[in-house]
Design a protein around this ligand. Structure first.
Ligand code: ADP
Ligand code: MG
Length: 496
């Protein structure tokens, strides 16, 4: 049974309204309640989502637990084949998924949403190929004993995802968990429940029912009972530090493992000898201006050497000025909207904080859209603040919006110390033509993902995750699948 792509996202949002997907079936919330999903570009309601509570969690976990038994018995390569098949089918829905995620999150279709839908399919294809890599070891423990290890699935995995890149983050977790022999219950973010639900529907045309379940709802009512459920044996969470701590505490009660991918305030250090064009392009990509800065990896602390500072900032500003803010679904749009009123308020409060920061200069970029249909949209003009000190609050706190904090530097030792003077440690980058400086910086920067002369996003195959309060564990790679979605069992045969 295949599904025909629905390219009208408004129609699709209606069709998907008010439902979870449990045991292969669309079902309403047990409590009968729903919540509204809106279009951040206009504020208009585009559909609803099921308001998940504990009975929904119980049903989804029970379905997952039942389906996992037979799934774990399949040959690992066979599981991989089915997950790769999900990737193939999802690839034929890229346009549809891109449009729907643009509609519900406000991320521009051309610069962000369509690309994210492509990476979603790619993640499934990548992990699907790893089935036969679920290997154990033989250990020369004793000549009279054959000692081996095997990898076993943990059981039911809960994946709790945020709204900023819901497709990619869900895929990183779910594809790895499934190939490793687990069943999955995903809880979508309240701001972006519809596109991932469509992904679940599509995946259920390929996978045995019950293996992949999708719940929508809010943290306390739906996320918390999922983490606390006795049959959930692992939680993979991406979100805020605050909520990460709550999830970690709840998991500690049950003594189950967690993977946490939390915030960041990632430094980008531009040296005087950097290739200017490359570094300017890198600052734009790193700051995720096309995603309104809504990225945990955003290089939102930009350290620029004093010798090039003014020219560098002017060139970054000119590039952002040339970007078009507008309807996320319009192909001409580079920059869409902030996802929710709550986030909008938060971003505005940080812009105000920047204005009030001693020594700071505010550079407002691009231009608000003029289309009256977008008058109620959650648009924010990107802002670059210069004249900051690393100790300023605006350089220490994660904003999750289009606000770039620029710090001028002159001494290399000082800039490395300042880059590391942060509670976060997700990503970092250094921009220089000098190989010794580059190598020294990559060794000393405290982060899980460090790049030289580029600012790539998460890539299938490369371990991704943070140190310090940016999180625990790694995702997106073979190693992450082995370490975080399986248990190692040691088996000793006495051959005497
Ligand atoms: P944001 O600040 O963007 O809302 P959160 O960390 O609060 O980020 O949300 C990330 C995800 O965690 C969302 O799916 C949200 O519903 C979920 N969540 C929030 N609170 C809890 C909780 N107490 N337990 C489990 N999940 C939660
Ligand atoms: Mg929240």
């Amino acid at each position: 049974m295949s599904i025909t792509p629905e390219l009208d996202p408004f129609k699709l949002a209606q069709t998907l309204s008010g439902k979870h997907l449990i045991a292969g079936k669309f079902v309403a919330a047990a409590g009968g309640e729903t919540f509204d999903v809106d279009n951040p570009a206009t504020g208009a309601v585009i559909g609803t989502a099921a308001f998940g509570t504990k009975p929904d969690v119980d049903a989804a976990v029970a379905a997952a637990k039942a389906a996992q038994k037979d799934w774990a018995k399949l040959a690992a390569r066979q599981r991989g084949k089915l997950v790769a098949e999900c990737g193939r089918v999802l690839a034929s829905h890229v346009e549809e998924l891109g449009r729907l995620v643009a509609l519900e999150t406000g991320k521009a279709l051309r610069t962000e949403s369509r690309i994210e839908a492509g990476v979603l399919a790619d993640m499934f294809t990548f992990f699907g190929g790893l089935g036969s890599e679920l290997k154990g070891e033989t250990i020369p423990f004793n000549p009279d004993m054959l000692t081996v290890t095997v990898r076993e699935p943990v059981g039911v995995v809960a994946c709790i995802i945020p709204w900023n890149v819901p497709l990619l983050l869900m895929a990183m977790k779910a594809a790895a968990a499934l190939v490793a022999g687990n069943a999955v219950v995903v809880k979508s973010a309240e701001e972006a429940p519809l596109t991932v639900l469509r992904v679940a529907e599509i995946m259920n045309t390929v996978l045995p029912h019950g293996l992949f379940n999708m719940l929508s709802g809010f943290g306390p009512e739906c996320g918390a009972p999922l983490v606390e459920h006795p049959d959930v044996k692992k939680v993979s969470f991406t979100g805020s530090v605050e909520t990460g701590r709550i999830v970690y505490r709840a998991a500690a009660e049950k003594l189950i493992p967690v993977t946490l991918e939390l915030g960041g305030k990632s430094p980008m250090i531009v040296c005087a000898d950097a290739d200017m064009d490359q570094a300017v392009a890198g600052a734009l990509a790193g700051m995720r201006f096309t995603r309104q800065g809504q990225s945990c990896t955003a290089s939102s602390r930009l350290f620029v050497h004093e010798a090039i500072h003014d020219e560098f900032v002017a060139r970054v500003k000119a590039k952002v000025d040339a970007m078009v803010m507008g309807d996320p679904l319009d192909e001409k749009t580079d920059i869409g909207t902030i996802v929710s009123d709550g986030q909008l308020e938060r971003v505005r409060s940080y812009i105000k904080l920047g204005e009030e920061t001693k020594g700071a200069t505010k550079h407002t970029c691009s231009a608000m859209p003029t289309d009256p249909k977008l008058a109620k949209g959650r648009f924010v003009q990107p802002v670059i603040f210069t004249g900051l000190k690393n100790s300023d609050r605006i350089c220490q706190e994660e904003i999750f919006g289009p606000v770039c904090a620029v710090i001028k530097w002159s001494d290399y030792e000082e800039v490395i110390a300042q880059a590391n003077d942060s509670e976060y440690g997700l990503a970092a980058s250094i921009w220089t033509r000098d190989i010794k400086t580059a190598m020294d910086a990559t060794r000393r920067l405290e982060a899980g993902f460090v790049q030289v002369n580029q600012n790539l996003v998460v890539q299938p195959g490369l371990s991704y995750g943070g140190v310090k309060t940016s999180g625990l564990g790694r995702e997106a790679s073979l190693e992450s699948m082995l370490e975080h979605f399986t248990h190692k069992k040691t088996i000793i045969f006495n051959m005497k």
